[in-house]
Design a protein around this ligand. Sequence first.
Ligand SMILES: NC(=O)c1ccc[n+]([C@@H]2O[C@H](COP(=O)([O-])OP(=O)(O)OC[C@H]3O[C@@H](n4cnc5c(N)ncnc54)[C@H](O)[C@@H]3O)[C@@H](O)[C@H]2O)c1
Length: 340
Amino acid sequence: MGYEIIDNIWMELKDYIIKNNFLLITDENIYNIYKENIEKLTNNKSDIYILEPGENSKRLEELSNIYKALINKNLDRDGIILSLGGGVVGDISGFAASTYKRGIDYIQIPTTLLSQIDSSIGGKTGVDFLGYKNIIGSFYFPSRTLIDPSFINTLNEREITCGLGEIIKYGLIEDYGFFRYIGENIKNIYSRDNNVLSYIIEKSVKIKSSIVEKDKLDLGLRQKLNFGHTVGHSIESLFRYERYNHGEAVILGIIYETKIAYEKKLISREYYNEIISILRPLVEPVSFSENEVNMLLKYMKNDKKNKNNKIGFVLPTDKGKVDIFYDIDEEIIKKVFKSN
Ligand SMILES: NC(=O)c1ccc[n+]([C@@H]2O[C@H](COP(=O)([O-])OP(=O)(O)OC[C@H]3O[C@@H](n4cnc5c(N)ncnc54)[C@H](O)[C@@H]3O)[C@@H](O)[C@H]2O)c1
């Protein structure tokens, strides 16, 4: 489950290319931006599988084409998949690796902030099916995760926000000092200050992998990683995954779940203000109608964390600490959704 922070990813990949027993999977955007580097590594068309960018590529038909490319290249059980991309490329490549010839090695080379600090760590792979996200998948850890923070230089602002939501979450669930550091460095993150980015990426990866290490199959402790996600997922569903991307929805989720914690008197006014003041400027605010609040509640009632029909919320209880609660009054939830 090792990860490494790498200075020059293209040098690092050379070794795998020499053995010519690999398939590099990427998407069209990444291919176009890094064409020169990729073509210096290999110019052979059958070495590279290019997905269309976006969530829609995480599907069975695409997976079946990846299997065909692996068979076409005659990759044997010692072969390796090099997954160069964001979470979409990483999730489908990992699932292809976990199932082709009952499992071959794969290497994660995450290129978005979100994939560098979240999706490439933790061994979850999969595809979407019949409109359900990640419903077909496996736990399958890459043999290496190679993180080159310089990929962030070509990433747009919105994708940075997407990763930032999860990074702030790590601070709030595990390390208050880290949360403060992020709050003080928001501008540096958006201006892609390499030192700041390298620091927050490494710190985030450490936090996530230490939690995953204790709960590889997501049976309990990993629950805390879902802070912001009960509400976040319901907001994504309400807007049919169109208005907000995942990280933006998580930021809104953290805001509303912090409001619930404050209403429940779990945290002080001072801590509440601190969290809201850092998160509020990052995402376009939203106000919900009565009907939308009822829809959000309906989505939350289907959340995977629920127990005995009670909605499970991971809520802040102190600086850098969270816990899971199943006893939140529906009236409190409605009240916070109606506030701004
Ligand atoms: N496996 C897990 O544990 C886990 C965790 C969180 C999210 N996910 C999954 O991750 C996916 C989202 O990942 P994502 O946010 O990385 O999205 P993504 O893979 O769709 O990438 C976002 C966009 O950025 C582009 N891009 C990638 N790298 C770039 C770069 N360096 N420069 C410029 N553009 C670049 C991509 O082409 C794409 O258009 C979802 O499918 C989600 O379900 C998985």
